[in-house]
Design a protein around this ligand. Structure first.
Ligand SMILES: NC(=O)c1ccc[n+]([C@@H]2O[C@H](COP(=O)([O-])OP(=O)(O)OC[C@H]3O[C@@H](n4cnc5c(N)ncnc54)[C@H](O)[C@@H]3O)[C@@H](O)[C@H]2O)c1
Length: 446
C-alpha cells in the first residue's frame, strides 16, 4: 500500500518537474480553430508538441508547414515544424509517449439540438488505449457541466487506473475569439478546474508555462459552467438587442442610434449589436448544451430558449425587410429579383461559415424565387443546398445590374461608399455603412 502511494506521489512529482522544465511531451488532439493555435503556443513556449487529428489531409498540410486556420500563419507552422517542436499524426499509438494530452475536438448539436459528444468520446477512447502512467489529460472542448467527471473519468479509469494517482484530469475551456486582433490563446486568461486538487495544480502549472494569467476553480464542473455562462451571456444579450431592433422598427426608431447613445453611459451598460442572426461553432450551440443538461434536472432554461428563438428568427426578419424594401422602393416582388449578398462568413474578416446566418438568408431568399449571388473576400466557395457556389467578382457593373445589395457580414476590406454609390439600393444588416456620407437615401438599415 505504502509502496503504491509512493509510486503515485512519484508520478505526480515527475509530471510537475517535466512541466516546469518543459521536457514534458505534449499531445493536442483535434487541430482546428482551438487545437492548432494551442499547439503553436505550447511549441513556442518550449514543449515538444505532437498534434493528433483524424483528418489525413490536415496532417499532411501541417507537416508540410502550412496552416488552414486564419489566426495561425504558414510561417508559424513552418517554424514549429522545422524546429522539431511540432509534428502532426493520425497515429494514436504515439499517445503512449505523451505527458500531457489536450483534447480540442468539436462539440456540435445533433439534428434534434441535443449535445453531440461523440467526438469527445471517440477521442478519449483513442487516448485511453495508450495513455501513459502519470499523464495529464485536459479537455478544452466546450461542453455541459459534468462531461469530464461523468463521461471521461469513468472511461479513463477503466481497467483499474485511478485519477490523481495514475493520471491527472482537468477541464480548461478554450476562450479564443478567432480573428480578434487583441486577444489570442496566449493572452486570454485561462480558467482551470481539476478532478482533484492535485489535478488542478498540475493543469495550472502546465498552462502557466506558456500563458501568463491562470484562474483556478474548484472542480471540472465549475470550469465547464464558466464557459457556458460566458457564451450564454453573449447569446442572451444578442437576443435582447435583436428584439430591441424589432421593437425599434415598430416604433419607427433607428436601433443603431439608440445603442450608440446608450453606450455613452460609462457604467452598467455594454453595447451589443443586432444582426441577421448568430453564427460560428460557439454562441448558437453552447447555450443548448446547458439547457439540455438542465432539462435532465427538470429545469427549463428560459433565457436560453427565448434568446435562441429570437436569434434564430432573425434571418426570416431580414427576408421580410427585403420583401418590404423591394415592394416600397421598386414595386417589385422578390420572385426573380437579382440579389447580391455581401459576406457569408459568420463574422467579419474570417473565413468560417459554420452556422452562418448568411446561409439561412440565402436559402430563404432562394425559396421565394430570388436570384442570389454572393461575394466574400474571405470565402471563395460554399456548398449550400446541394450546390457549390463561388464568390462572384465585386464590380461596379455587377452592383449596377443587381436589384438589391444586402450586407450580411461587415468585412473591413469592403469600400462601403463605393458599394453604395454603384448599387441601386442597399439593405445593411450590420450598420457597416455608418461612415457613408453620399447617397445615404439608397440605404436601409436593419
Ligand atoms: N472555434 C472557436 O472559436 C472556439 C472557441 C472556443 C471554444 N471552442 C470549442 O473548442 C472545440 C473545438 O472547436 P474548433 O472550432 O477548434 O473545431 P474544428 O472543427 O475547427 O476542429 C476540430 C478538429 O478536431 C478533429 N477531430 C474530430 N474528431 C477527432 C478525433 N476523434 N480525434 C482527433 N481529432 C478529431 C477534426 O478533424 C478537426 O480538425 C469545440 O468544443 C468548440 O465549441 C471553439
Amino acid at each position: 500500500m505504502g509502496q503504491k502511494t509512493n509510486r503515485s506521489a512519484g508520478a505526480y512529482k515527475t509530471l510537475i518537474k517535466k512541466l516546469q522544465d518543459h521536457s514534458a511531451k505534449s499531445a493536442v488532439v483535434g487541430l482546428g480553430y482551438v487545437g492548432l493555435p494551442l499547439s503553436m503556443e505550447l511549441a513556442h513556449g518550449g514543449f515538444r508538441v505532437t498534434g493528433f487529428d483524424i483528418s489525413e489531409s490536415k496532417i499532411k498540410l501541417l507537416n508540410s508547414g502550412r496552416s488552414d486556420i486564419d489566426d495561425v500563419t504558414h510561417d508559424t507552422v513552418q517554424r514549429a515544424v522545422s524546429s522539431g517542436r511540432f509534428k502532426a499524426t493520425t497515429d494514436f499509438k504515439q499517445i503512449s509517449n505523451m505527458d500531457t494530452v489536450s483534447i480540442c475536438v468539436p462539440t456540435p448539436l445533433s439534428k434534434t439540438k441535443d449535445p453531440d459528444v461523440s467526438f469527445i468520446l471517440s477521442a478519449v477512447n483513442n487516448v485511453k488505449a495508450y495513455l501513459k502512467r502519470g499523464a495529464l489529460v485536459v479537455l478544452e472542448s466546450t461542453t455541459y457541466p459534468g462531461t469530464t467527471e461523468d463521461l471521461i473519468l469513468p472511461l479513463l479509469q477503466e481497467g483499474g487506473r485511478k485519477v490523481g494517482k495514475d493520471f491527472f484530469l482537468a477541464f480548461s475551456p478554450e476562450r479564443v475569439d478567432p480573428g480578434n486582433p487583441r486577444y489570442n490563446t496566449k493572452n486570454t486568461p485561462r480558467v482551470v478546474g481539476g478532478t482533484t486538487a492535485e489535478c488542478t495544480k498540475a493543469a495550472k502549472i502546465f498552462y502557466e508555462q506558456t500563458m501568463p494569467n491562470i484562474h483556478t476553480v474548484s472542480s471540472t464542473r465549475a470550469a465547464e459552467m464558466v464557459k457556458l455562462l460566458e457564451n450564454t451571456f453573449r447569446s442572451v444579450n444578442i437576443g435582447l438587442v435583436n428584439e430591441v431592433a424589432l421593437m425599434c422598427d415598430r416604433l419607427n426608431l433607428d436601433v443603431w442610434e439608440i445603442i450608440d447613445a446608450a453606450a455613452t453611459k460609462p457604467f452598467g451598460f455594454m453595447p451589443f449589436y443586432p444582426g441577421p442572426g448568430l453564427g460560428g461553432h460557439c454562441i448558437p450551440i453552447d447555450p443548448h448544451y446547458l439547457s439540455w443538461k438542465l432539462k435532465s434536472l427538470n429545469y427549463y432554461a428560459r433565457f436560453i430558449e427565448l434568446a435562441g428563438d429570437i436569434n434564430s428568427s432573425m434571418p426570416e426578419w431580414v427576408v421580410q425587410r427585403i420583401v418590404s424594401m423591394l415592394n416600397e422602393r421598386f414595386a417589385k416582388a422578390l420572385n426573380n429579383t437579382h440579389i447580391l449578398v455581401l459576406g457569408v462568413s459568420y463574422k467579419p474578416d474570417i473565413k468560417d461559415v459554420r452556422e452562418s446566418p448568411s446561409l439561412d438568408v440565402i436559402t430563404l431568399l432562394e425559396k421565394m424565387g430570388a436570384k442570389v449571388v454572393y461575394n466574400d473576400p474571405f470565402v471563395q466557395e460554399i456548398a449550400l443546398n446541394n450546390a457549390n457556389r463561388k464568390s462572384v467578382r465585386l464590380t461596379a457593373a455587377l452592383l449596377k445590374k443587381t436589384d438589391l445589395t444586402v450586407i450580411l457580414t461587415h468585412h473591413s476590406t469592403y469600400n462601403y461608399q463605393w458599394i453604395v454609390d454603384h448599387s441601386k439600393a442597399v439593405f445593411d444588416t450590420r450598420n457597416a455603412t455608418r461612415s457613408v456620407r453620399k447617397n445615404r437615401d439608397k440605404i436601409e438599415l436593419l
